[in-house]
Design a protein around this ligand. Sequence first.
Ligand SMILES: [Zn+2]
Length: 99
Amino acid sequence: MADDPKVREWKRRLLAKGADVAKQLEDVLAGKDVDFAGIPELGTADKELRLRRFLELIDRGIKRADTGRFGRCAVCGEELPPAVLDERPWTERCSKHAT
Ligand SMILES: [Zn+2]
């Protein structure tokens, strides 16, 4: 639910994280050193692509928060543990279907 206070909070964190990652992407494009701690690998060693993919992941999370599909596995629909979403609100899959 978009009006669920927990979902609102996760969405707020996604928006804040998106702003951080957009800044990191700016720095990478400017040739500056960027700390990748906490940034998922997302199947690439390319710094720019990794940040762009992460931004897309965050963006999809923000969209889900608006459509009531937030917090469910994209494969099986199972509810994701709130503790996981607290740590990584961009999570899209349960532990069984994690890539
Ligand atoms: Zn699943």
